[in-house]
Design a protein around this ligand. Structure first.
Ligand code: CA
Length: 256
């Protein structure tokens, strides 16, 4: 089987670590493991993985600090492993830039479903996008490029680059997917449940289970995105809240 990409598992509990490794390897990923936070950060810098699974409770440094250090080095897809009772920890991890979470104890079936969702995602770039990379791709015919524009925001889906009035934004995988989905929807309202499925990877059944907490996770991702866009909360220029439903792109006023 061709490799589906590289995964780094950071987990101090050997049973959980072995389960993660077994399921990920069966799915075709190259897996490396670390049992402490420091080791994990070093391994992520060395491997440059597509996906990281990160335990919140590690013996040396706090999982949130590990996440901060990983985020400083890469925009790869990060799944936090948290205990069921630690919802505030999970929300904090999402604020720091985790893409998704899995609560322990989880069943292998649950983990396989999450891994299957990962496989449906577009392959992550190995390195963070840079403006000069985006320019070097301008040899690709324009018709083949998926470039979306909206009021100063430009999203290039192929290069996975977003600029705001010419300045590059550094977005996590999930922030990029959410913004891409809203821009593609061109002002149509997207429900939080729909956006959960966007973050989990497209092509999931539209009736797949979405919890209240999954929807709160979307609120956190959108909050992060708005902070990076420096949105005016009273008068959002790009992302509007549709109360009780979800989000939509702010329409551009006539004549602008
Ligand atoms: Ca642990």
């Amino acid at each position: 089987m061709a490799s589906q990409g590289a995964v780094v598992v950071i987990e101090d509990d050997a049973d959980v670590r072995n389960l993660l490794v077994a399921v990920l390897q069966q799915s075709g990923f190259d897996v490396s493991t670390a049992s402490t936070g420091h080791e994990g950060v070093d391994l992520v810098r060395e491997v440059g993985p597509d996906v990281v699974t990160l335990d919140v409770g590690l013996p040396d440094i706090d999982g949130h600090e590990v996440l901060r250090q990983i985020r400083a080095a890469t925009d790869c897809y990060v799944i936090m492993l948290t205990a069921r009772a630690e919802e505030t920890d999970t929300l904090m991890a999402l604020q720091i830039g985790a893409d998704d979470y899995l609560t322990k104890p989880f069943r292998p079936r649950e983990l396989r479903a999450r891994v299957a969702a990962l496989l449906r995602r577009p392959r992550a770039q190995r390195t963070a996008p840079r403006p000069d990379v985006a320019q070097s791709e301008s040899t690709v015919p324009l018709s083949k490029r998926a470039i979306l524009h909206h009021d100063g925001l430009v999203l290039d889906a192929n290069a996975r680059v977003v600029t705001l009035e010419g300045d590059m934004l550094t977005l996590t995988r999930s922030e990029f997917e959410l913004l891409h989905d809203l821009m593609r929807s061109a002002g149509a309202v997207r429900t939080k449940a729909e956006l959960v499925r966007v973050v989990r990877g497209g092509g999931q059944p539209t009736d797949s289970y979405v919890s209240d907490f999954d929807q709160r996770a979307i609120e956190v991702h959108i909050g992060n995105l708005r902070r990076k866009l420096e949105e005016d909360s009273k008068n959002p220029r790009w992302i509007m809240t549709v109360r009780g439903v979800g989000y939509r792109l702010t329409p551009v006023a006539e004549g602008e």
